[in-house]
Design a protein around this ligand. Sequence first.
Ligand SMILES: C[S@@+](CC[C@H](N)C(=O)[O-])C[C@H]1O[C@@H](n2cnc3c(N)ncnc32)[C@H](O)[C@@H]1O
Length: 285
Amino acid sequence: MNAPQSTLGQVAPTEAEFRAIAQLLSDTTGIVLAPGKTSMVQSRLAKRLRALGLATYKDYIALVSSEGGRDECRRMVSALTTNVTHFFRENHHFETLRQVVLPPLLEEARRGGRVRLWSAGSSNGQEAYSIAMTIAELAPDFATLNLRILATDIDPLMIEQGAKGSYPAAALEAVPEKLRKKYFRKEGENYQVVSNLRGLVQFRELNLHDRWPMRGKFDVIFCRNVVIYFAPAAQALLWERFEEQLTPGGYLFVGHSERVTDGKHSNLRTAGVTTYQLTNRTSRI
Ligand SMILES: C[S@@+](CC[C@H](N)C(=O)[O-])C[C@H]1O[C@@H](n2cnc3c(N)ncnc32)[C@H](O)[C@@H]1O
């Protein structure tokens, strides 16, 4: 007999089912779920089980592990990733951006140079638009420059939201009034980022553990509060890959509880709180 719809997902995953889900998540995203997060898994996946009419986690695991379950696997990742973010989070990074990092880059862009910034693990785009507002305040002529922000995340729902650039009023609390008036327009219940600022940011779905399709290097990379969920070896590998992806003198900003492990061959040097700069390779002994 089929379980009634209302009871689907109400039974907690068994220890073995939890481990299978944690393994799938870690294989796909690198995210390590601490043992004991069973109720978190249950509360986040119950809705999926209900939507699919599945009575057990065993059936759900079989589905997401199958060839035909790819889309559901992406939905599982969406449900299990933590997307917490806010505008101007860890504001000291935006101060460094404004005072130290951007002025020479904007000069370079005004001379016709190419400037690229990357919000890696961008969630719903609030980080990328905070960067965009910081740029626009310093360079009202930003639309005429060869300057772009790439925002990537593994979660397709976050990428969709970011591309829309539409946020509830509560999300705008961290945005100074002056910037709110200048860069957002009320649209129904929400506030949407104005179109010329949206034009500065390109949103793409990207799993940081996959191959990166970007050809050019970045002058600035924000990867904040993302690697904290990964195993130490995966973190170390990412730091190396970010280093490879930075232009000489480029900056890497990481989250408040993250540190770049100074590997033997690393040329990333501390340049402020959770801020790193790629030094000249030839100066390395
Ligand atoms: C806590 S949010 C941080 C958002 C923003 N960087 C900030 O600091 O406010 C972490 C984001 O990392 C994304 N993420 C997790 N694993 C990822 C992976 N393997 N590749 C790309 N993004 C990932 C999640 O989907 C989530 O949106």
